[in-house]
Design a protein. Sequence first.
Length: 552
Amino acid sequence: MNKTFCFLTLIFLSSSFACLRPVTKDFQQAESVINEANMAEYVKALASPEFMGRKPFTQGEQLSINYLEEQFRQLGLQPAFNGSYFQEVPLMEVINKPLTNMCVTGKDGTIELKYVDDFVMFSRRVQPKTILDDVPLVFAGYGIVAPEYGWNDYSGIDVRDKVVIVLVNDPGLDSGNDSLFTGNAMTYYGRWTYKFEEAARQGAIGALIVHNTRGAGYPWSVVVSGALVPDLYLQDPGGYADRCELEGWITGEAAAALFHKLGFNFEQRTKDARIRNFSHQPLKAHLKFTMENTFRYDVSRNVGGLLKGTDLADEVIIYSAHWDHLGIGRVIDGDSIHYGAVDNGTSMAWMLEIARAFSALNNKPRRSILFLAPTAEEEGLLGAHWYVNHPVLPLAKTVANLNNDLMLPIGRMRDVMITGFGQSTLDDLVREAAARQDRYVIPDPTPETGMYYRADHFAFAKVGVPALFARGNCDHRTKGKGWTAAYERQWLASNYHKPADKYDAASWDLSGTAEDAKLAFYIGWKLSNSIHFPQWNKGSEFRATRESYMTK
């Protein structure tokens, strides 16, 4: 063994042992400032009727971002964006107004599908009216082109200037075959965003995704809620000419009825679509639909507060929690304000209390810490996507992102659930932090919902920054797993993206959210005083992107 190797080994072991040092009194004192009473005050303010559901482009936005700016200022955080707490995000608001129902004509006649009941449609194409007149309809299986899985649903069919119908999620879902894609765990190919992107790349004029609750991860009511309010998109110099003219969803029941009318068994076609290079049969049907579109251009704002580091201040760890919600929508049970108390008031409270803890440290961290509240997460992670393309510090200097979303206020949990478990070495820090709290780590038990691709951390992961989405979610300390799972199912069915998501002092217990904040504070504290960068694990789809600029 040569001397150089021995020296490098000694350095490695020394740094490893340094990571295992017990926490300092300074850390313990700072950690102790995190408390649920503060969290409750944050949520009560952000989810109050005055904030009108925190919709971008509304007075609710101005109240929300001003509130966050004041909190960051009180915590002693510096403005993150060239002397400002605000980063402008140029957005386009689109109102799509269907002028007709959707009619599909085949050899045996016409079937009329009703807007909202059977389908929803929207478009980001900058044109005043969208008219589809006898456009051919094509079934394209799952609408996936995935070379690494040897899969191409568009092989052998020409969908140019046609409307494609595709299935939600991946072929592996409920197939009983874990080697088919990733079995029940959704890949990005299963996300609705990918389906529309791929249909456009293939030259389709429109795309309809067949909805089912298990495959989508949410009921039809959530799809409808999103469709009935103005949509937001990042402004595009080309007016989104490269996107389909129409993007939409159709219920599973409506799709089955449509296929039956056209002489096909929808259930059998769905099974066939799981077969690699399945045989396409033309639907021999044409679609008619007309929609009117209006556009408004404005800027929304990300909000960011920065705690500058010491000797490694040019490296940054980012905590994030989106500030926006759905604003005022249709009336449900006598209320139209989508308050967003859990989604995402609890996570903003989580982030603000972590910021309070970092500000309480006497020994400031070596690396900088950015607390980021992105806008327009509900519209497709728009603020986060804008940030990663316009970062405060370069991506090569961005150590990690710790994001949270929709933290249920039901008390302390035994588990720490990692959504995207196995993606990166951040999992190791979660295990270490969980052990301090007598907790255990588990993967997300419902990977088929694709949650790793549905919150702001994905914007960071997509550009290669190791990103963590972890919180207690599955095993209540006193009520157990069954009760927790039942509560979550009931909450998602009754509250998710509905006015019922409001603060309730009588039933809420934020002690678990506070414990999760302490866990994330520990992880960030360890990272902020290290010289090492977390890594994507072998096999992660984000590893190559990170390596492409970290090795330069």
